[in-house]
Ligand binder design. Structure first.
Ligand SMILES: [Zn+2]
Length: 275
C-alpha cells in the first residue's frame, strides 16, 4: 500500500514539475522512481526531506528567473533537471533509504539528513547567490571572480548555504516528530531528534563547502575562444571550448555527488560521536 501511495504522490509531484518545466521527461521519470522508492521503503522522513528539497529549490529557481538568465551560458545545465541531475541530487539518498529498509540503523538516516542538507544548501546557494550584486570571491584565493564561476562564494550565497542546510535539519526534526519513526523505537525524544537535525544541518554545510572547494579546484572549467566566456560547457558559440582547469570527467554532477557523500559522512560521524 505504501508503494502505491508513493507512486501516486510521485506521479502528481513529478507531473506538476514537468508541466512547470522544472523537470525534463527523463528527469520526471527518474523522480517518479525515486519518490516511489523513498516513500515505499522508508517513512515520512525520507519522502519529506526529498520533497522539502524539491519544493524549495524549485521555488528559488523560479524566483527572479529573468535576472539569472545571464548565467545560462556559463552553467553546464540550467532550468529543467534531467535524469542525471535528479540522480545526482537524490540517488545517494535513495541508496541510503533502501539500506535502511534492509538493515535498519540510525546511521543511514543521519547520513541521509547530511546528504539532503548538502544538496539543498548547494542549490539554495546557487539560486540565491546568483542574484548577489557584488562579485563573488574565489574560495581558494579570496580574489574577486566573475559571478557564476564554480567554487566562488558571496556573502548572500553563504547565508543561503547556512539557511538551506538548516531548513533540512528543521524538516528532519518535524518529520521525525510527526511520524514517530519506528526505526528509532524511542519516538518523541527531543534530544535524539535534535541530534539528527543539527548533525544533518552541519553535515550539509560541510558538504556544501566541499562542493565549492572542488568547484574551485578540480571541477572542469572551459573557455570559449570565440566570445571569451568562461563556462562549464564543452561547446559554446557553436564550437568546442578549451579545458582551462580541472579534469574533463569532473563534471558538476560528479562534484555534487562527491560533496553529498562528504556531507553524509560528516553528519553520520558527528551524530554518532554526539549520541
Ligand atoms: Zn562563446
Amino acid at each position: 500500500m505504501d508503494w502505491l501511495i508513493g507512486l501516486a504522490g510521485s506521479i502528481i509531484v513529478a507531473g506538476l514539475a514537468y508541466r512547470k518545466k522544472s523537470l525534463t521527461q527523463s528527469g520526471a521519470l527518474a523522480a517518479i522512481v525515486m519518490g516511489t522508492v523513498y516513500y515505499g521503503s522508508g517513512s515520512l522522513i525520507w519522502f519529506g526531506l526529498l520533497l522539502t528539497f524539491f519544493i524549495t529549490s524549485t521555488i528559488w529557481s523560479k524566483w527572479n528567473k529573468r535576472k539569472k538568465i545571464r548565467f545560462d551560458h556559463i552553467y553546464e545545465k540550467t532550468g529543467e533537471r534531467d535524469a542525471y541531475q535528479v540522480m545526482a541530487n537524490g540517488g545517494l539518498g535513495m541508496l541510503l533509504c533502501v539500506c535502511n529498509a534492509i538493515v535498519p540503523h540510525p546511521g543511514w538516516l543521519l547520513s541521509f539528513a547530511g546528504v539532503m542538507a548538502t544538496v539543498n544548501a548547494d542549490t539554495w546557494a546557487t539560486e540565491i547567490g546568483s542574484l548577489s550584486r557584488s562579485m563573488p570571491r574565489s574560495l581558494l584565493t579570496g580574489k574577486r571572480v566573475p559571478a557564476g564561476t564554480s567554487g566562488a562564494i558571496s556573502t548572500i550565497g553563504t547565508i543561503a548555504t547556512l539557511l538551506g542546510a538548516a531548513t533540512i535539519g528543521a524538516a528532519a526534526v518535524i518529520c521525525l516528530y510527526i511520524a514517530a519513526d519506528p526505526a528509532f523505537s524511542i519516538p518523541y525524544q527531543w534530544g535524539l531528534l535534535l541530534v539528527i537535525g543539527i548533525s544533518g544541518a552541519i553535515g550539509g554545510v560541510v558538504g556544501a563547502f566541499t562542493d565549492s572547494y572542488l568547484g574551485a579546484t578540480i571541477q572542469a572549467a572551459y573557455h570559449c575562444e570565440k566570445c571569451a566566456a568562461n563556462t562549464e560547457r564543452t561547446a559554446h558559440c557553436g564550437q568546442p571550448t578549451a579545458l582551462v582547469k580541472g579534469f574533463r570527467w569532473m563534471t558538476n554532477d560528479i562534484v555534487n555527488g562527491v560533496s553529498s557523500v562528504v556531507g553524509g559522512v560528516a553528519a553520520w560521524v558527528l551524530g554518532i560521536l554526539w549520541l
